[in-house]
Design a protein around this ligand. Structure first.
Ligand SMILES: Cc1ncc(COP(=O)(O)O)c(C=O)c1O
Length: 398
């Protein structure tokens, strides 16, 4: 591919006949991102050390750290490894955590704390209700032993965008510290150090920056990184040790995912070219708006009201029609080039459609057309959900 073709292609359709991944990651990546993996790198070599330094610099720039108060520490593994590394490194062994839960990833945080043996309490809002600042404030006022609050930014299991600003204000207004799992939001939703206050935030390579899976990263206040020395329960998940070694040698402590890093630098270039967080967020929001409007025209209903719909992933109720079977709908959509995602609600059947990755409104219109065709092939003449689902949603809105 010529250099010109490369720089002109911010948005690339899959070239290899692959289906689009309408999922929260791994997601559909640009061709140049895949192409960047076609060479090998020595992990100790100066070129690769330069790539690691660039990656850290760029991520700090996305986080808007102008003051140099924060640093970025990439960690090998999937996103959960970085979440666990953050919790084990920044929460003192005698600390106490308030976990805000409204879905699977909040629950995973509580489960991780259990493994780590850190005292914790939870506010559990069920499948999708947002934890509010006032509830956090009341919980912190009631329990002075709580030192840290941990929250998921976009709870990917329902697609809700949690109100981070009001939560952060409640936390710091009471002198406590906030740690954020921004896995599926960072890069497309404002999550910079000036957007809301936090000590550390985590995301991974294969979400809104649109890289391939293989590492996560922690952006943390340097004072917290210093304080984390000798605290971690784990050798490989010790954020302080990775940070100190990387600063000293420019290298990762253990084998780095070299090709993933190379792909990620290309993904960062495309992210910059698209206009950074604002540009990427605008495309995803437009993807959501086009897709949701089209699906509603077919009779589908979203789990969440517009106020809480993230530009990342949207949950739809499954239609009440007796001939609608998700497994068949999935296969029909896949045959048309779109991989959708099962739902995670406990009360009613649902499925999810992601808005992130190398897709635009044009693609989302095709997704809606494919959904209409798939319904017709199943003999489903309306996508209206069951009354129970609508009652559940009305309860949420009340
Ligand atoms: C909010 C959130 N947290 C944590 C994770 C876990 O990441 P991984 O599956 O890469 O371990 C995900 C994955 O989608 C997520 O969306």
């Amino acid at each position: 591919m010529s250099a010109d073709a490369k720089t002109n292609d911010v948005l690339e359709a899959p070239r290899l006949g692959e289906p689009y991944l309408l999922t929260p990651g791994p997601l559909t990546t640009a061709f140049p991102v895949k192409e960047a993996m076609l060479r090998d790198w020595g992990s100790w070599d100066g070129d690769f050390r330069g790539m690691t330094a660039e990656l850290r610099r760029e991520l700090l720039a996305i986080a808007g750290d102008g003051s140099g108060e924060y640093d970025c520490v990439p960690m090998q593994g999937s996103g959960s490894f970085s979440v666990e590394a953050m919790l084990g490194s920044f929460i003192p062994r005698n600390g106490k955590v308030l976990v805000l839960m409204n879905g699977a990833y909040g629950q995973r945080i509580a489960q991780t704390l259990k493994y780590l043996g850190r005292a914790h309490v939870t506010i559990d809002k069920g499948d999708y209700m947002p934890p509010r600042g006032s509830e956090v404030a009341a919980a912190l006022d009631a329990d002075p032993a709580i030192t840290h609050v941990v929250v998921v930014h976009c709870e990917t299991s329902s697609g809700i965008l949690n109100p981070l600003r009001e939560i952060s204000e409640a936390v710091y207004g009471r002198g406590r510290k906030l740690l954020v799992d921004s896995m599926s939001a960072f890069g497309a939703v404002p999550a910079g150090v000036d957007d809301f206050r936090y000590e550390a935030i985590v995301s991974s390579a294969n979400k809104c920056i649109e890289g391939v899976p293989g590492f996560g990263f922690v952006i943390a206040r340097k004072s917290e990184l210093e304080a984390a020395k000798d605290r971690s329960h784990s050798l490989s998940l010790d954020v302080h040790a990775q940070w100190a070694y990387m600063n000293k040698t420019g290298q990762w402590r253990f084998t780095p995912p070299t090709h993933v890093v190379a792909a990620f630098l290309e993904a960062l270039r495309l992210h910059r070219k698209e206009g950074g967080v604002a540009g990427r967020g605008a495309r995803y929001a437009n993807n959501r708006d086009v897709m949701v409007a089209g699906m509603r025209q077919l009779g589908f209903e979203t789990l969440l009201g517009d106020e809480w719909l993230s530009p990342i992933i949207v949950t739809f109720f499954s239609p009440a029609h007796p001939d609608f079977k998700f497994e068949r709908f999935y296969e029909l959509m896949k045959a048309k080039g779109f991989i959708i995602y099962p739902g995670k609600l406990t009360v009613v059947d649902s499925f999810r459609i992601g808005c992130i990755g190398q897709m635009d409104a044009h693609v989302m219109q095709k997704v809606v057309a494919a959904a209409a065709e798939s319904l017709a092939e199943m003999g489903v003449d309306t996508a209206t959900p069951p009354a129970l689902a609508l009652a559940e949603r009305a309860r949420l809105a009340a």
